[in-house]
Design a protein around this ligand. Structure first.
Ligand code: ZN
Ligand code: ZN
Length: 149
């Protein structure tokens, strides 16, 4: 571990003990989170599918969907090619997501890497039942299993 990295880790632990939320990204960096709202049960999901994939970002399909518990952003999971849910977390600092899959109500905290149970969020709590997995209909390549992240 490099000196700079050790310093980062020390600073991060200090922030945690000081009550400041800290995010550890998958690339190993740390940053403080300023958003006071981690879970807002009154915000509707942004749509039926991943916001960025539906907006035309390549490749435009996903395996599973995740919903940001702070702002309602719906993004694709880390097995999906574009991993827009994690990208949203990195961009905004919003630390908690909930599964947007039918029958799943678990929450996930990026800061701790832990799954937990939380409050009911504003409906709908999943994508439509007739939306295929992977989805969306018509955008999924035949060899999608080879293209998972
Ligand atoms: Zn996506
Ligand atoms: Zn968000």
């Amino acid at each position: 571990m490099s000196l700079a990295r050790q310093r980062l880790v020390r600073n991060a632990s200090r922030s945690v003990s000081g009550g400041l939320p800290v995010v550890q990204s998958r690339r190993g960096g740390f940053k403080a989170v300023s958003s006071p709202v981690e879970i807002d049960p009154n915000v509707a999901p942004s749509g039926d599918g991943c916001a960025e994939c539906l907006a035309g970002e390549d490749p435009g399909w996903w395996l599973h969907l995740r919903r940001c518990a702070a702002c309602g952003h719906v993004g694709c999971c880390d097995d999906s090619p574009a991993q827009h849910a994690t990208a949203h977390h990195r961009k905004t600092g919003h630390p908690v997501l909930q599964s947007f899959e039918p029958g799943e109500d678990w929450f996930y905290d990026f800061r701790t890497g832990e799954f937990f149970e939380g409050p009911a969020l504003l409906a709908p709590d999943s994508h439509p039942l007739d939306q295929p997995v992977p989805g969306p209909s018509g955008k999924v390549p035949r060899d999608w299993q080879r293209r998972l992240h």
